[in-house]
Ligand binder design. Structure first.
Ligand SMILES: NC(=O)c1ccc[n+]([C@@H]2O[C@H](COP(=O)([O-])OP(=O)(O)OC[C@H]3O[C@@H](n4cnc5c(N)ncnc54)[C@H](O)[C@@H]3O)[C@@H](O)[C@H]2O)c1
Length: 324
């Protein structure tokens, strides 16, 4: 029985597909391969996945219900969906809001409809984000906390995904689980995120921009820990009676100072960063910190990668991939 992974050419989707394929599962991947960031990185990830005979790929838009219905008709035996395709990025949501309504809102509805129509679908797992916590000040962020005040359109679309999932779980008894990811980094990472931006700039001899004068903290989570969590969750149904719906945080459960993160990058590169301090950007939050107790309790989830271990692995991949 195959897994469907959307956003298969993306950072987390690629790693999720690869882990499932490595353990012998069949995977149907879908991705529109858009140019929000360098598509050649997405193509390189896809080349690696296409080496697995168990991998089938659709270059399709998940917000296009006709395309998705056609794909579903070819794979009526899909039992589990990992829905990761989305328009990510907090800052870009101020520039191109319609990319977010298209991929994150319409895309979520189309995928939930797919889950509803697939006779054998047992679990729909989808990506939410730590950004739903907005400027909450109670730390660590718990799934019990109220998240009614998003401060970016990106966050608002992710909260909407959770609401739509609840609705489908309630109405149609579709088991759904939303995973709120906390700042994911690692090999094959996203070019718009801090780890990538910093390493690239330092190696190119360019300055790095650090916001809020460096007074920021993030729960940086290594991609292998995230994927371990995704796969543990998708393989089981949401527990408990009533509506088969659940939300979990997936983070490293350590709130690291941004300046310490930059320090670890500098140590890994053996180079110093030229830092330009700038004010906090609209939509950005000052601190994130994941309470992962629920994921620990239900799945025994334990992130095991510190930034001291994970950052050098990212730097190693970056240097090798880009020949620097
Ligand atoms: N990386 C993080 O730190 C982080 C944090 C919180 C939440 N998330 C969420 O996790 C998921 C995966 O993120 P990522 O970091 O791998 O991002 P990514 O941009 O690398 O991957 C997303 C993929 O989705 C594809 N996509 C976008 N719109 C599509 C559409 N309409 N149809 C088909 N494909 C489409 C893109 O081409 C891309 O390859 C996203 O939902 C994101 O919002 C990521």
């Amino acid at each position: 029985m195959p897994y469907l992974v959307t956003g298969a050419a993306g950072f987390i989707g690629f790693h999720t597909c690869k882990s499932l394929l490595d353990r012998g599962d069949r995977v149907v991947g879908v991705d529109v391969v858009n140019d929000y960031y360098d598509p050649s990185l997405k193509e390189a990830r896809l080349r690696l996945l296409s080496e697995y005979p168990n991998f089938t790929f659709y270059r399709s838009d998940i917000a296009d219900r006709v395309e998705v219905e056609k794909m579903a008709a070819h794979h009526p035996d899909i039992t589990r969906i990992v829905h990761l395709a989305a328009q990510p990025g907090v800052r870009y949501s101020l520039q191109n809001p319609y990319a977010y309504t298209h991929s994150n809102i319409t895309g979520q509805i189309v995928m939930l409809e797919m889950a509803r129509n697939l006779k054998l679908c047992e679990h729909f797992v989808y990506a939410s984000s730590s950004s739903v916590y907005g400027s909450n000040t109670k730390l660590p962020f718990s799934v019990e906390d109220r998240v009614d005040h998003p401060i970016s359109l990106y966050a608002a679309t992710k909260k909407s995904c959770e609401l739509m999932a609840h609705c489908y779980s309630h109405l149609f008894q579709i088991p759904t689980t939303g995973l709120r990811f906390f700042t994911v980094y690692g090999p094959w990472g996203r070019p718009d995120m801090s780890a990538f931006l910093f390493v690239k700039a330092i190696l190119d001899g360019k300055p790095i921009k650090v916001f809020n004068n460096g007074d920021m903290r993030r729960d940086f989570t290594y991609v292998a820990d995230i994927v371990k969590g995704i796969i543990a969750v998708v393989d089981r149904h949401p527990s408990g009676s009533g509506v088969p719906y659940q939300i979990y945080n997936i983070g490293n459960h350590r709130s690291e100072s941004l300046m310490r993160f930059i320090g670890v990058i500098e140590e890994s590169l053996g180079m110093k960063a030229n830092i330009i301090f700038e004010p906090i950007q609209p939509g950005d939050v000052k601190e994130t910190f994941a309470d992962i107790d629920l994921l620990r309790k239900d799945f025994g989830f334990e992130p095991s990668t510190s930034i001291e271990e994970g950052v050098p692995k990212f730097v190693h991949w970056y240097r090798e991939f880009y020949g620097k």
